[in-house]
Design a protein around this ligand. Structure first.
Ligand SMILES: CCCCCCCCCCCCCCCC(=O)SCCNC(=O)CCNC(=O)[C@H](O)C(C)(C)COP(=O)(O)OP(=O)(O)OC[C@H]1O[C@@H](n2cnc3c(N)ncnc32)[C@H](O)[C@@H]1OP(=O)(O)O
Length: 128
């Protein structure tokens, strides 16, 4: 039986993507809405890997866009469970920018998402 800390570590989810022009706006930076979609997906995967239950998004908390993400960079999204409630849990997702041809790396976006575990009748159930 895993401890809560082991479950959080094991469910921490890292996804890399290359930022190509099909995801960028007229400033040549990643669309904010596209970043939010990537984050929701990584948060969902993290919540599901933590609980192995059906999870739905109930809320997205504040999302801070600290740096623009230029095309031609690599981004890493990291999702980590930060809070466990009774039927809900929170996942923080950070996006880091890496330049392709140097070791430069900086945090660009941070956000938090709340998920609720549901049963076959779509009712909230305890997160295991
Ligand atoms: C063209 C290309 C397209 C590509 C595209 C790709 C998309 C790539 C993205 C993929 C991403 C996948 C993501 C899939 C997941 C969905 O998409 S889910 C769809 C969106 N979400 C929904 O439809 C959920 C709708 N809401 C509900 O069904 C109900 O509110 C729920 C979730 C069953 C909860 O029911 P309820 O009666 O409100 O429950 P209640 O007992 O009041 O609260 C339950 C818990 O939620 C908490 N809670 C309730 N409201 C809130 C709130 N506003 N804030 C924080 N906590 C709250 C409560 O505090 C409680 O927590 P605990 O104290 O038990 O821990």
């Amino acid at each position: 039986m895993k401890t809560q800390e082991e479950k959080i570590n094991d469910s921490t989810t890292r996804v890399f993507k290359a930022v190509f022009p099909n995801t960028t706006n007229h400033y040549d930076t990643l669309f904010g809405g596209t970043a939010m979609q990537f984050m929701d997906e990584v948060a969902f995967i993290t919540a599901t890997r933590y609980s192995r239950q059906k999870m739905v998004t109930v809320s997205s908390d504040r999302i801070d866009f600290k740096r623009p993400i230029p095309h031609g960079t690599i981004i890493e999204l990291i999702g980590k469970v930060t809070y466990l409630g009774t039927t809900s849990l929170k996942v923080r997702v950070d996006i880091f920018i890496e330049e392709m041809y140097s070791n430069s790396r900086e945090k660009a976006i941070t956000g938090e998402f709340t998920f609720v575990a549901i049963d076959e009748n779509k009712k909230a159930v305890k997160v295991e």
